[in-house]
Design a protein around this ligand. Structure first.
Ligand SMILES: [Zn+2]
Length: 464
């Protein structure tokens, strides 16, 4: 089949070069393929400036951005999408964001399939919006949507998208702490810091709702719709991208199936000096420090001080609950958890810890309900599935317990506790050989696991 070059109109005989020129600068449209003849292709390709580009990367490495710009300008080809892209990166490094944006738009005008340029453009717009400028945010979303269209598995995008959504989500969390009106002027950067503070326990499974609350109040319906639709389509991937950043810190281990999880502010997070309520964060951190050293009374006092200043710190109520449980003040511990959940209904760690407490008190149906809630919010915690299995075992619901354990094992096959819980379920079902195999597995992972040894003995006795 004979075709013509879209640019010069010459006939193309074989192997045409495919390009995707844009309609106009600044447009978000992803265009269809057009064919280019060899002569036109050679004008936009750049195979001849390898040395200059090597020098440019050295300039970038050494932060000599102006030198880099000089080099690229000396060889600049305005028909080359990659020249525009590289120039954009140099401006971007110098924080000349509007110049960078202009370059990326030129690159995208030449090639609407330039994923890296969409990514850079989206990131710049996102930054420039400071989470306040609706139009810029909408445009940023559109850039990310375009990447998704061109490359649905794009890893870069998912990482960025997760940060983007979490940042928005975190504003609502953040605003709970700063109800004196200062919150609306917090910059993007400060919000990002709060993001890192909140990532450890604010699993974003209900992000759409938080976003909705935030956006409905402050940014407007149009943006809301474009974000929410996208969120619903892609939340699973966004969560997967986030997963490596989600890690709760395990301070308490109890061999008896109960591991409580405590929320701490990560050590490398610097609390900004200008935070108006620095003291509540200090008391909160102090409470965690006391906890670490087994000074539980002092820890409770510190959490109380933080809560006197600001009763809306769900994290303080949550961690306080753990300490009260340690002190045997179970009723107060439960109240403290309930308080945390009142403030933040999707506080998965608290639902989880509440389950641990209720399980210890022998209130297994309530423990089960708590774990169900934790799992509904965040289904990827092997601990929650294991403890849920334990509650079900105690209720004599062994088949369900077994399923729960298998879910935990799918998430972490080297989790000794769950092999023990699973053994108990199998014993309950009368499958004693399978039970012993499961206890063996637990002991292979954790040879000094006393309860598993004991349970294995019991199963063995039943068998003979
Ligand atoms: Zn041509």
């Amino acid at each position: 089949m004979i075709s013509r070059c879209y640019k010069c109109g010459h006939l193309i005989l074989l192997n045409p070069h495919i390009v995707y020129p844009g309609v106009e600068k600044g447009s978000f449209e992803i265009t269809g393929a057009k064919k280019l003849c060899e002569s036109c292709t050679s004008k936009i390709r750049d195979d001849t400036h390898a040395k200059e580009f090597a020098d440019i990367s050295i300039c970038i490495k050494e932060k000599r951005f102006d030198d880099g710009i000089k080099i690229i300008q000396s060889i600049f080809n305005k028909d080359s999408d990659s020249h525009w892209y590289n120039l954009g990166n140099l401006y971007n490094s110098k924080l000349q964001l509007s110049d960078a944006l202009d370059c990326y738009e030129n690159a995208l005008l030449l090639n609407t399939h330039y994923i890296k340029a969409w990514f850079r453009k989206g990131t710049i717009l996102y930054g420039l919006s400071k989470l306040q400028d609706v139009e810029k945010l909408k445009d940023a979303v559109q850039c990310f949507k375009n990447i998704l269209l061109l490359d649905p598995e794009n890893k870069h995008l998912w990482n960025n998208a997760s940060t983007f959504f979490i940042a928005l989500c975190s504003i609502s969390i953040h605003n709970r702490y700063f109800q004196d009106g200062k919150d609306t002027t917090q910059t993007n950067q400060e919000v990002q810091k709060w993001v890192s503070l909140n990532l450890n326990n604010k699993y974003p499974s209900d992000l759409a709702k938080d976003l909705k609350n935030y956006l409905a109040g402050k940014v407007g319906r149009e943006l809301l719709n474009s974000l929410i639709d996208w969120w619903f389509l892609n939340h699973k991937k966004i969560l997967d991208a986030l997963e490596p950043k989600i890690g709760d810190i395990n301070l308490y281990t109890d061999e008896n199936h109960a591991i409580e999880r405590v929320y701490v502010i990560p050590e490398n997070t610097k609390i900004p000096d200008n935070f108006s309520k620095r003291s509540e964060i200090q008391y909160f951190n102090e409470g965690n420090e006391f906890t670490k050293h087994g000074k539980f009374e002092e820890a409770v006092a510190s959490f109380d001080k933080a809560l006197d200043i600001n009763p809306n710190i769900a994290e303080a109520w949550g961690n306080r609950g753990i300490i009260l449980r340690k002190l045997g003040r179970n009723r107060e511990a439960l109240d403290s958890y309930d308080k945390a959940i009142d403030i933040y209904p999707n506080y998965v760690l608290v639902w989880y810890n509440r389950g641990v407490l209720l399980g210890m008190l022998g209130r297994y149906s309530e423990a089960l309900a708590s774990y169900d809630k934790a799992i509904a919010i965040y289904p990827k915690s092997p601990d929650a599935w294991n403890n849920r299995g334990d509650a079900l075992n105690n209720l004599g619901r062994y088949t369900e317990a077994l399923t729960s354990c298998d879910n935990a094992i799918n998430l972490n096959p080297n989790y000794a506790l769950v092999w023990d819980t699973r053994g108990v379920a199998l014993s309950g079902l009368g499958r004693l050989n399978d039970a012993i195999a499961s206890f063996d597995k637990a002991l292979a992972i954790k040879p000094d696991y006393a309860i598993a040894k004991q349970n294995r003995e019991i199963a063995l006795k039943k068998l003979t």
